[in-house]
Design a protein around this ligand. Structure first.
Ligand code: BGC
Length: 405
């Protein structure tokens, strides 16, 4: 790759402050529209029907984490000593040359039987006399009317299994568990961002954790209403934001994806898609015939140990991801301060999980810079990032226990 090409890419992926400010304004408008009616917004603003834990929840539960790459089942116990992980089994959703439960030719029963089999494995003959509650961290956009179940709105992360969109996900899971004669009852379903919120609130009881920003840069936060209604946790599908300008690489990636036009911001931010953007750029820069298949991990590696040109490109992709993530976060924080009648965004911890934040170089610093620019440096200084590792499992177990009350 020529240096002049890498520098051209760097410029293409640079986001001027003015564009970020406009993006933040549009995101806030879309949030407000989404709270009125999801049809007039590109963001789904979905209430989650979950209470914040007090830290005093106790019990045994199965936690099922169904994310983009792996599915994991854990047997978890909430005790006076905190959360104890008794056993965990995990399996990738796709294994080259062996199986793939994410394709358009996979039936929904095959997918849910795959998940139920993990639950069977994690129990391994234990705990089946008494019905165990199951909490399901389901990292896709859903519409919920209670904590127990949720309807999938639209698949993301390139999952294409038919017959699940529009359906109640835990009902499908419960059917699959029945087919396996396992004495486990799904009692809760939650998005991974909500799992991060619950995990953080459980680990730091009493801390005013307001806005949470999590895996894949989706976010959820507490919306406080006037009158005597209780604050409600809202999940925002930040990744579906559709008003941010795409460049030619974003457009090409989107057009070739399983859902063109959907999850446009996610395709600019998440680790999975950063790998694909890198592949497309390297193919052009090196004039390869075939598209190389880089992952998010490759992007991290290029950024730190790559050649000069690889590092220019990888860092440009990572920097843009961090800026856009911070833009959505600034919008959520400012929205929430406005709703609460606060002139300034109050100091608060932001609980975060996810590979981009955890592993990619410079993300936290870039986010902090962008938050200072979009809010103010005083407001940004009051925000602390806390990494909530394994929150999907912890949050699911907490929700499962909360769901049995
Ligand atoms: C999903 C979100 C999820 C995010 C992070 C997106 O693909 O639509 O619901 O929170 O990924 O996992």
């Amino acid at each position: 790759m020529k240096k002049i090409f890498a520098e051209h890419i760097q410029e293409m992926f640079d986001v001027p402050d003015e564009t970020l400010r406009a993006g933040m304004r549009d995101f806030m408008n879309d949030m407000e529209r989404g709270l009125v009616d999801s049809k007039i917004s590109t963001l789904y603003m979905e209430p989650c029907y979950v209470a914040l834990p007090t830290g005093k929840e106790r019990g045994r539960a199965v936690a099922l984490d169904f994310g983009g790459t792996n599915a994991r089942a854990s047997l978890v116990e909430l005790t006076d000593d905190g959360l104890l992980m008794r056993k965990q089994v995990a399996k990738p959703l796709r294994k080259a040359g062996a199986y793939d439960v994410t394709t358009s030719t996979t039936t929904r029963d095959e997918l849910f039987d795959f998940l139920a089999a993990l639950v069977v494995d994690v129990l391994d003959g234990n705990g089946t006399e008494q019905t165990l509650p199951l909490g399901h961290t389901f990292s896709y956009g859903t519409h919920q009317e209670d904590l127990h179940d949720a309807r999938l709105i639209v698949w993301s992360k390139e999952i294409a299994v038919p017959g699940v969109e529009g359906e109640l996900v835990n009902a499908l899971l419960a059917d699959a568990l029945r087919r396996k004669h396992v004495n486990v009852q799904p009692t809760a379903i939650l998005n991974d961002t909500v799992a991060v919120l619950l995990a953080a609130a459980f680990a730091h009881p009493g801390t005013a954790i307001g806005t949470i920003y999590a895996t894949g840069f989706n976010s959820c936060y507490l919306e406080t209403f006037g009158g005597n209604r209780l604050p409600m946790v809202y999940n925002i599908e930040s990744g579906s934001f559709g008003h941010f300008p795409q460049n030619d690489y974003d457009k090409a990636l989107d057009a070739a994806s399983a859902k063109p036009g959907a999850q446009r911001l996610e395709k600019m931010i998440s680790g999975r898609y950063l790998g694909e953007l890198m592949s497309r750029i390297v193919r052009d820069g090196d004039a390869f015939e075939a598209l190389p298949t880089f992952t998010g991990e490759d992007v991290s590696r290029f950024a730190t140990e790559g050649t000069e040109t690889e590092s220019i490109v990888a860092n440009a992709l990572i920097r843009r991801s961090a800026k856009l993530a911070a833009m959505t976060l600034a919008a959520v924080l400012r929205h929430r301060a406005n709703v609460d009648g606060q002139e300034r965004v109050p100091a608060q911890p932001l609980a975060i999980d996810g590979s981009v934040f955890e592993h990619m170089p410079g993300v936290a610093a870039e986010m902090r810079k962008t938050l200072s620019m979009l809010l103010s440096s005083e407001e940004a200084a009051g925000l602390t990032f806390t990494l909530e590792k394994d929150a999907s499992g912890t949050g699911a177990a907490i929700a499962a226990v909360l769901g049995t009350d």
